[in-house]
Design a protein around this ligand. Structure first.
Ligand SMILES: [Zn+2]
Length: 398
């Protein structure tokens, strides 16, 4: 048999933090017990708003579930007393009231300023989102709606909650209609919005504080707008200030100069990187000529053997390519490092298979790698084995 209907105290008084209630029924379940009360101020998860947390007789309430007529409180232990004392985690609840009321105001503002309808609402841990029925919403449309919404907060308008029979409610102009049977709970923001809603709200718009948008994105023909209200907006503003002043300190500039200075420095960095790449090419060419001058010769080919240390201006891959570009040559290059590596290359169409030479070499000295017929590389070697590796590789050349 279904538990009897719970009198939802938050329906008429969203500011009720503590209450006494009789225990109507207790059912065992996997996490402990589902406790049913004759009345409760606990908000169950519903309509995009998360459930309240808090305690019943000092026992933490793990979950509050909406079972239609009844509200179930999930507890790990059975309460010993009857009646029980319920306490709502007020900081969390008030935060939800700010976000949820802010959502009504913002959704109505989007509808009034641009005709955009809210198709869904999610109240998240850090921020909330509404999905609007158009993906053609730019920053200008968002600013207009946010300005309009905040004006309604500054005017500190009354937020009224009342009930109306379904047929009467269906004749009203509701921004958000309902499919609920029986009496409909209506939330009215004086002269601005009327919606059917079972959630918890502040009593005047001023208590929402401020509404700010944090992000907007297009999702399958909709616009998802992320926003924060009240205490969350204050927290985000504080975070923003901390991040921005940290960046300003790093750049030795004022807060408002941070974006332009980052842009300028990024351009400088790109130029410096391009200049460095050109220099690396030049250095590789000079170094290749130097190594070729002292290279050994075998059957008309010059064989370069070198062990190089990692260096900003010397790139071993560029060096290998520079060597094999100079006529008929083979480059056997060991790269010092943790771990060390090998690069084997030959001029295009040379007589050996660099991939095979490399694989046979690492089979004897350790490491892992591979490549093509003219270019192969390996890593994961010990520095102490580089010289031996080059000797083995040289002996494998035809
Ligand atoms: Zn609501």
């Amino acid at each position: 048999m279904a538990p009897s209907e719970t009198d939802r105290l938050y329906y008429t008084d969203c500011y009720l933090r503590e209450f006494d209630a009789r225990v109507v029924e207790v059912k065992a379940e996997s996490r402990g017990f589902r406790v049913y009360l004759d009345r409760s101020a606990f908000y169950p998860e519903s309509g995009g708003q998360p459930a309240d947390t808090g305690t019943l007789d000092g026992l933490p309430v793990l979950e509050v579930a909406d079972e239609g007529k009844a509200v179930a409180h999930v507890l790990a232990k059975k309460p010993e007393n009857d009646p029980v004392k319920g306490k709502i985690d007020w900081a969390r609840r008030f935060d939800h009231m700010q976000q949820h009321t802010g959502q009504h105001v913002l959704s109505s503002a989007f509808e009034k300023t641009g005709g955009y309808k809210t198709v869904s609402f999610h109240l998240g841990k850090e921020s909330s989102t509404i999905d609007l029925n158009s993906d053609r919403i730019g920053s200008r449309q968002i600013e207009e709606a946010v300005d309009s919404a905040n004006r309604i907060l500054f005017e500190n308008r009354e937020v009224r909650i009342f009930f109306a029979p379904t047929d009467a409610a269906s004749r009203m102009e509701l921004r958000k209609p309902t499919s609920r049977e029986g009496d409909v709970r209506l939330v009215e923001i004086d002269g601005f919005d009327l919606s059917a809603c079972g959630g918890t709200h502040v009593s005047r718009t001023g208590a929402v504080g401020i509404i700010t948008v944090r992000k907007s994105e297009r999702i399958k023909g909709l616009a998802r707008v992320e926003f924060v209200c009240g205490g969350r907006a204050l927290g985000k503003a504080r975070d923003d200030y901390r991040f921005l002043s940290g960046a300003a300190l790093q750049l030795s500039t004022s807060l408002e100069n941070v974006p332009s200075l980052i842009q300028k420095q990024s351009a400088e960095l790109r130029n410096a990187q391009q200049a460095k790449e050109k220099l690396q090419e030049r250095v590789a060419e000079y170094r290749a000529l130097e190594l070729l001058a002292s290279a050994t010769e075998r059957k008309g080919r010059r064989i370069v053997r070198a062990i190089v240390s990692p260096c900003d201006l010397e790139d071993p891959k560029l060096l290998a390519h520079a060597v094999v570009r100079q006529g008929s040559a083979t480059a056997l290059i060991g790269l010092k490092g943790e771990p060390a590596g090998l690069i084997f290359a030959q001029s295009a169409g040379g007589p050996d298979d660099m991939n095979a030479v490399l694989r046979q070499t690492v089979a004897q000295v350790g490491g892992k790698g591979g490549g093509s017929r003219d270019f192969a590389q390996a890593g994961g070697l010990d520095n102490g084995n580089l010289d031996k590796a080059l000797t083995i590789a040289a002996s494998l050349l035809s």
